[in-house]
Write a new protein. Structure first.
Length: 135
């Protein structure tokens, strides 16, 4: 990955990032938004694709309820074709860090449920899956 020059990650993650970025390059235009959830904004950078909103990392929007509502509304309005989402419960998104506050759990569940209702997984990797908007 050209934009990953100098990035050091475990081998499994390097392979996963390479495949995800390759998928994005092969299936989206450079101007097309790809939503990455919940802490996968690095993928947008590596693939050189725009973020859905002003929050490159979704958990930044959790700091204020109004920010989360703004992001959630943008997701529903923009309806990106593809979402890259961490598998719920995967070790790369540890509950003990992110779910110390009930509001964070509620926001995570609300966004996850929306994605699972409106998108279908089409590729799966160690820590993430690629979801496509249902027709």
């Amino acid at each position: 990955i050209e934009r990953a020059n100098g990035l050091t990650v475990p081998a499994w993650q390097a392979e996963e990032l390479t495949k995800v970025v390759e998928f994005i390059h092969n299936n989206t235009s450079p101007q097309e938004v790809v939503f990455t959830f919940p802490e996968l904004g690095t993928i947008n950078f590596l693939a050189d694709r725009p973020f859905l909103s002003r929050f490159p990392i979704v958990t930044f929007s959790w700091w204020k309820d109004i920010w989360f509502e703004e992001l959630f509304m943008e997701l529903k309005e923009v309806r990106p074709r593809f979402i890259i989402m961490t598998h719920p419960g995967h070790r790369t998104f540890p509950a003990e860090w992110y779910f110390r506050y009930k509001k964070n759990i509620d926001k995570f569940n609300r966004m996850t449920n929306y994605i699972l209702e409106h998108y279908t997984p089409i590729r799966s990797f160690e820590s993430v899956a690629i979801y496509q908007l249902n027709n």
